[in-house]
Design a protein. Structure first.
Length: 301
């Protein structure tokens, strides 16, 4: 799409809303964030100011995902009340329907088991306050009503909600630390995120838990919640996560279906009672199996 003179200087998201009047601004924002929209072949922010020479392309948008439908899919619910549900998500499960993942998601399963979820994120992402990547396992909290959704979202925004992950990374990490960078979508590969000279701030704290021969078990705590944040920051510090097919270029010697990254602990305040709640989950069997093999390797030396 070319930019007509009337839209020069207009925000990209507002321009697209004019072109797709049946879509909400939030819907369009997700298109832009997911890299479906490009300007002159590159991904940009929703607030990008349009120029006369800009060429806007909207990639494959398959509107098959109009509604998330209930599906009887096994999930591990570790806590539930009238306001929220905490799930221990398995590796390989997508959180909500999207292009190329129309069903079989956590949302489909929750709609079958729970029924009503908060409506703030619409019919595609009901109840979803934060996300986990498909191949990241572990704890995720979902809102059952709009008041809970607002409370939980505010806790994440204000960093009152603590999200702690465990990951096995390549190489020896000698000490604890933190990473603070600018962050955004990779300009060459829209499926990836990257550390950039500009963009949103991404802040990760890490602590060394156990050191093996050529590997380190690390605890990561998110202070911001950018897409792929831990995975990108691990690669940025030259210690990519084991099994990460997108950000780790080294050959993995373990038989894995995805990265060894697990959302281990979730600390939040209950949306209604304001009481602090702490949830913790065990590492998946395949993760423990790798750690066991690495401990045996050290003991046999």
């Amino acid at each position: 799409m070319e930019v007509n003179s009337e839209f020069i200087g207009c925000r990209l998201d507002k321009f697209l809303q004019e072109k797709y009047p049946d879509k909400t601004r939030s819907h369009i924002k997700h298109w832009i964030e997911d890299g479906v929209v490009t300007v002159n072949g590159e991904t940009v922010k929703a607030g990008y100011s349009l120029k006369k020479t800009d060429n806007i392309e909207v990639g494959e948008i398959i509107e098959k995902v109009v509604n998330a439908t209930p599906q009887d899919i096994p999930i591990d619910i570790v806590y539930e009340d009238d306001d929220m549900v905490v799930v221990n998500k398995s590796q390989g499960m997508v959180v909500h329907p999207a292009v190329k993942n129309y069903d079989g998601t956590l949302v489909n399963a929750l709609m079958h088991k729970i029924g009503n979820l908060s409506s703030i994120n619409g019919v595609i992402r009901p109840g979803i306050v934060h996300r986990l990547d498909k191949d990241t396992s572990g704890l995720i909290v979902v809102a059952k009503n709009d008041n809970s959704h607002v409370s939980l979202s505010e806790q994440i925004a204000k960093k009152d909600c603590r999200r702690i992950y465990w990951a096995l990374v390549d190489g020896i990490v000698k000490s604890d630390g933190e990473i603070i960078t600018n962050f955004g979508r990779d300009k060459k590969n829209r499926l990836k995120m990257a550390v950039l000279s500009e963009g949103k701030v991404a802040h990760t704290i890490y602590r060394v838990l156990e050191v093996f021969k050529n590997y380190t078990l690390i605890e990561f705590e998110l202070k911001t919640g950018r897409t792929h944040q831990i995975r990108v920051h691990s690669a940025y510090m030259h210690h990519p996560i084991v099994g990460d097919k997108l950000y780790n270029n080294s050959t993995c010697k373990f038989k894995l279906d995805g990265q060894l990254l697990h959302a281990k602990k979730l600390i939040l305040r209950h949306p209604t009672t304001n009481k602090e709640m702490v949830f913790e989950s065990e590492l998946p069997e395949y993760f423990e199996r790798v750690l066991k093999s690495l401990r045996l390797e050290i003991n046999h030396e």
